[in-house]
Every structure is written in structure tokens, then in C-alpha cells.
Design a binder for this molecule. Structure first.
Ligand code: NAD
Ligand code: UDP
Length: 319
């Protein structure tokens, strides 16, 4: 079985490639390293040997692959707010043109298709927790709109390929996920607070820290992604951990677990930052028999070990 993973050099993509290699699949990672890391490819190669191959390519341009392809996981896209604010047009292009190209590849190869969508399609939600039936509250012209609207378009295009061309498509709406291999300078809350706490620098909480998020460990997420791809579920499914906390609580817990004496500093809240976020995972439980298993304490401990090792090795903080 030969599987294409776009965005396979990124945080989630590299863990997905590992899981597929562990299941004996042949994996072709397609990535342009916009926010991905070459070090991940080396680690995957050590695991999968010749069953892992790499195509360095921008999927917003036509994707040409020789030979059979059984499944296409489309994860390519900047995902951290800092990244998509730095690359607004590439983010819009990869969500729209990139998704079109990845769907075209799946159609041409008669392959299954998987779209990594996001809880950001719900915007700043007025319904809490968020079920898949909620249509969302997104500002299309705000700075986050480049990511949110690209993913909403990607979902619409995926459903159109399913309905018009009969492609066997799957859509996951991923909620905040963390774990080893996140870039040190990724800018998202967990890696930012971990680096700051471990280096003894102030933890930068945006706003008053009363906004909430629900954090899922990567291994739980990957299990959910693979179960969804192997199912016959075509409508979107939320995958995330419903354990919700405020961002101030996240900062305090990270300080406590790392034993850091860093102060917590409040900084201005980014525009359109969602005030609450928690997945309703009723559908995932019912249709996939999936629910998260890893506690925040265990997940963050494993992430701290990875971050400590990389900080000690003086890993560069860029991609
Ligand atoms: P990441 O930035 O670590 O990985 C994204 C990967 O896509 C990188 O390797 C990057 O180089 C690659 N990429 C970007 N544009 C590309 C292009 N045009 N062509 C080829 N490759 C390209 O981010 P991540 O956290 O691993 O996110 C992966 C996917 O999951 C994204 O689609 C993201 O929207 C989605 N997601 C992630 C989260 C999360 O909490 N991590 C939450 C919701 C959705
Ligand atoms: N956040 C913060 N300090 C940081 C990074 C993020 O307070 O250094 C906040 C951010 O404003 C948001 C939450 O943490 O309210 C989660 O941000 P993240 O970038 O991890 O993901 P988001 O859920 O916003 O996509």
C-alpha cells in the first residue's frame, strides 16, 4: 500500500508518516519545507528505510507522481497563527489550490483522500462545546481569515469532489494538538510556554489569559486520523481532547510541571483570537470508537523531555 502525505515534514505529518511506516505502508512525503523540518525526514528514514521517500514540492503547483497511490493524506498548510500571519498568501493558496491538486491526484489514482481541517472553521464560536453541525463564526477579512477561510474552502471542495466525482473523501477538524517535534519557535502556546519556562524567560500570556483551549496529545490524534481514513465516514469529524483549560491555567501548569521560576507576563490579545474552544467528540466516539487516552500530565511530560533534549543540543529555532 503506497500512501502520499502532503505536509509530511511537519509536526503532525511526520508523526503520521511514522505511524503509517510502523503499519508496514510505503510512504511518499510531499513537502516544500515552508514550516517543516528536514530533521524529521531523517528520523522517519531511520524508521522506515526505503519505504519512505520524499518529493520536495509546493503542492499549490500541480502534483505529478508516477505509479499507483492508494491514499492521499493532505496536511500541507502552515498551522501556527504566527506562521499563517507570516505567510498569508501561501496559506490561502495551499488551502485552495493545494487542496485542488491533492484532490486531483486522489481522483486520478482512484485513491482515498483525507483533508486535515481545523477547529478554526468554527472561528470565535457562539456554541460551546463545538459540534460538527455548527457552521461557525469567522471574520473572513481579519488576519486569521487567511487560514480559516482557506480551510472552509478546502472542506467545500472536498465535499464537491466526493459528491461530483465519487472520491472516497474524509475530513477531520483537528483541535489544538501538541507534542514532541513541534518547532521551538513555532509560536503556539504550548511550545512557546515550554521554551520560555525551560529557559527561565517570562511566559507570554496574551490578553488576560481567560480564553480557553483544549489540548490533545499527538498520539491520540494520529490514532483518530487513521481510524477516520479507514472508515466510510465522509462528513467532517472533530478530533481533539475535550479537557478544556484557560491559557493562564496552561501557563501555570507548565511552570509547575517544569519547576520553572519564570514570571508570567500579559501581552495584547491577537485580533479575532477565539475566546473559547472545546471539541464535542460525540461523533468520533460513535462512528470511530475513538476517544483520547493520554492525560495532559503524561503528554506534557513527554513533550518536555523532547524540548529539553533539543534545547540542550542547541537546535536552531527556525525550520
Ligand atoms: P506544521 O507547520 O508543523 O506542518 C505543516 C507542513 O506543511 C510543513 O511541513 C510545511 O512545510 C508543509 N507545507 C506548507 N505549505 C506547503 C505547500 N504549499 N506545499 C508542500 N508542503 C507545504 O503544522 P502541523 O501542526 O503539523 O499541522 C498539520 C496540518 O494539521 C495542517 O493542515 C493544519 O492546518 C492542521 N491542524 C493542526 C492543528 C494542530 O494543533 N497542530 C490544529 C488544527 C489543524
Ligand atoms: N497564546 C498566548 N501566548 C503565546 C502563544 C499563544 O497566550 O505565546 C494564546 C493565544 O492567544 C490563544 C491560545 O494561546 O488564545 C492558543 O494559541 P495557539 O497559537 O496555540 O493556537 P490557536 O488555538 O490560537 O490556533
Amino acid at each position: 500500500m503506497r500512501i502520499v502525505v502532503t505536509g509530511g515534514a511537519g509536526f503532525i505529518g511526520s508523526h503520521l508518516c511514522d505511524a503509517l511506516l510502523d503499519r508496514g505502508k510505503e510512504v511518499l512525503c510531499v513537502d516544500n519545507f515552508l514550516t517543516g523540518r528536514r530533521a524529521h525526514i531523517e528520523e522517519m528514514r531511520a524508521r522506515g528505510g526505503s519505504r519512505l521517500s520524499l518529493l520536495e514540492h509546493d503542492v499549490s503547483e500541480t502534483i505529478t507522481i508516477d505509479g499507483p497511490v492508494d491514499a492521499v493524506y493532505h496536511l500541507a498548510s502552515p498551522a501556527s497563527p504566527i506562521d499563517y500571519l507570516t505567510f498569508p498568501i501561501p496559506t490561502l493558496k495551499v488551502g485552495s489550490l493545494g487542496t485542488h491538486n491533492a484532490l486531483g491526484l486522489a481522483l486520478a489514482k482512484n485513491a482515498r483522500f483525507f483533508l486535515a481541517s481545523t477547529s478554526e472553521v468554527y472561528g470565535d464560536p457562539e456554541i460551546h462545546p463545538q459540534p460538527e453541525s455548527y457552521w461557525g463564526n469567522v471574520n473572513p477579512i481579519g488576519p486569521r481569515g487567511v487560514y480559516d477561510e482557506a480551510k472552509r474552502f478546502a472542506e467545500a471542495l472536498t465535499m464537491a469532489y466526493h459528491r461530483s466525482h465519487g472520491v472516497n473523501t474524509h475530513i477531520v477538524r483537528i483541535f489544538n494538538t501538541y507534542g514532541p517535534r513541534m518547532r521551538l519557535a513555532d509560536g503556539r502556546a504550548v511550545p512557546a510556554f515550554l521554551c520560555q519556562a525551560l529557559k527561565g524567560e517570562p511566559l507570554t500570556v496574551y490578553g488576560d489569559g481567560s480564553q480557553t483551549r483544549s489540548f490533545c496529545f499527538y498520539s491520540d490524534l494520529i490514532e483518530g486520523l487513521i481510524r477516520l481514513m479507514e472508515s466510510e465516514v465522509h462528513d467532517p469529524v472533530n478530533i481533539g481532547n475535550p479537557a478544556e483549560m484557560t491559557i493562564m491555567e496552561l501557563a501555570e501548569r507548565i511552570k509547575e510541571i517544569t519547576g520553572s521560576f519564570s514570571p508570567i507576563e500579559c501581552h495584547p490579545l491577537p485580533v479575532d483570537d477565539p475566546k473559547v474552544r472545546q471539541p464535542d467528540i460525540t461523533r468520533a466516539k460513535k462512528l470511530l470508537g475513538w476517544e483520547p487516552k493520554v492525560s495532559f500530565e503524561d503528554g506534557i511530560q513527554a513533550t518536555i523531555e523532547d524540548f529539553r533534549r533539543r534545547l540542550d543540543a542547541d537546535e536552531e529555532s527556525g525550520p
